[in-house]
Design a protein around this ligand. Structure first.
Ligand SMILES: Cc1cc2nc3c(=O)[nH]c(=O)nc-3n(C[C@H](O)[C@H](O)[C@H](O)COP(=O)(O)OP(=O)(O)OC[C@H]3O[C@@H](n4cnc5c(N)ncnc54)[C@H](O)[C@@H]3O)c2cc1C
Length: 401
């Protein structure tokens, strides 16, 4: 069951938002995908679960005009795997929901890009009218994890290309990007040395990096921090944390955390129902011997899916289930075309194998190619990788609409 008809990898959303990736080329249509791999697609959003009758309640399907296409209905299950991902958490900060943009899905990324292009157009127009006008597009990004950092760098690539496409007087010097982080440094998942290198790169581009600055509230014009600073911004992006969607709270009387994630055992079964598994960002999985839960990352979701697949098979055959083992293979952060930094192998070598530059870029790109191969198989995946290269040569550098 899926509430969208197409899939685009979340780690690509900052590129969709900046316009450097055309999501129409990269997204996968679920209907044809399911046909190809022999699944049945149930199009709709899970609203709640009735564990006693083993049924999922599916929300009414609403068409573009607001009319009800299909009413609320139910579907039965023998076993259930929940992988509904996460949404950005505003930690209850006043004004975030009303004044910020998020990057949780393609619709939000498209919305950001349209607003970005409109602001760039306005600045370009104002400066064409008056060459002395000092106009800027002011963008504030709250949260300096991978999403915030990658978006900040990607914006400069996009801005540097706009003068090719009719915004003759616009370039990256017209951007004023502020990256605001509550913690003492950016990229807490990476070794400090790499985070420092990324910060230097961002500052060289012109990004103002504020650390130790917890945001206390956001208004239409300002971002206010605990340190008493007020940052004016035309576009405000909140990329500062994840939580489960509200409908997961105590869904079907299953155990959930305060941040609406389903609590699972090491077998990835939910704590109160052996037949229901949860994996990826929507689950809270604290493995024995660890003091922190498995992080909400693509590699964890991927590994969990493999464990759930095998455990479901074992459960149906009456065999004992195996515990999930999280293998941190490291993290890579792309600063667009400017640089890539990361640590490989993570806990296998204590996170000390740091890579930067071309090698890091190559590995980063390889990860995306492996994602394509995993989704489409070798033949189609390889064809799509080649088509992607050709498209990059033939198509504009930016998605401009
Ligand atoms: C901008 C961005 C950049 C990121 N970059 C990285 C990175 O570089 N490396 C990394 O490891 N991780 C990265 N992440 C995190 C990574 O994307 C997630 O950890 C990963 O996608 C989690 O996978 P998932 O399957 O749990 O959830 P998702 O990929 O979010 O998939 C959940 C799916 O469930 C569907 N769904 C949700 N609710 C319902 C419902 N009620 N009914 C039916 N369907 C529903 C959604 O439409 C979606 O298709 C990034 C995240 C973001 C937002």
């Amino acid at each position: 069951m899926e509430r969208n008809l197409t899939h685009i990898g979340k780690p690509l959303l900052h590129e969709v938002a900046a316009g450097s990736l055309d999501a129409n080329l990269d997204e996968v249509g679920y209907r044809s995908y399911c046909h190809r791999w022999g699944y049945r697609l149930l199009y709709g959003a899970m609203e709640t679960i009735d564990c006693a009758s083993r049924e999922i309640v599916i929300a009414p399907l609403i068409d573009e005009d607001g009319g009800e296409l299909i009413g609320r209905h139910r579907t039965g299950y023998d076993y259930l795997m929940i992988a509904t991902g996460s949404i950005t958490s505003d930690f209850g900060t006043p004004g975030v929901a009303q004044n910020c943009l998020f990057l949780d899905d393609r619709v939000q990324a498209d919305r950001f890009r349209n607003k970005l292009l409109n602001h760039c157009l306005w600045v370009s127009h104002a400066m064409s009218e008056n060459a002395d006008a000092e106009q800027f597009v002011r963008i504030a990004i709250v949260g300096a994890g991978a999403t915030g950092v990658e978006l900040a760098a990607e914006l400069y690539t996009a801005a540097s290309a706009l003068h090719y496409y009719g915004l003759e007087v616009f370039d990256e010097s017209r951007l004023k990007v502020t990256l605001i982080e509550a913690g003492s440094r950016i990229l807490p998942a990476l070794p400090e040395k790499l985070a420092d290198a990324a910060r230097e790169e961002l500052e060289a581009l012109g990004v103002r990096v504020l650390t130790g600055a917890r945001v206390t509230s956001i208004t239409q014009e300002w971002i206010l921090t605990q340190t008493g600073e007020a940052i004016a911004a035309d576009l405000k992006v909140w990329a500062a944390g994840v939580r489960g969607a509200d409908n997961l709270r105590n869904i079907g009387d299953l155990e959930t955390t305060a941040s609406c994630q389903l609590v699972v055992r090491p077998t990835l079964q939910t704590t109160r129902d052996d037949r229901i598994f949860a994996m990826g960002d929507c689950c809270y999985c604290l493995l024995p011997g660890f003091d922190r839960p498995v992080p909400p990352r693509a590699q964890a979701a991927h590994q969990m899916a493999t464990t759930v697949f095998h455990n479901l098979d074992r459960l149906m055959r009456g065999k004992p289930l195996r515990a999930y083992v999280y293998i941190d293979r490291g993290s890579l952060v792309s600063l667009s075309r400017y640089s890539t930094v990361g640590s490989l192998m993570g806990n296998l070598v204590g996170g000390r194998m740091v890579i930067e530059g071309r090698l890091a870029r190559f590995v980063y790109m390889s990860l995306y190619r492996m994602h394509l191969l995993a989704i489409h198989g070798w033949l189609r995946g390889t064809a799509l990788i080649l088509i992607g290269h050709v498209a990059r040569i033939l198509r504009p550098r930016l998605r401009l609409h």
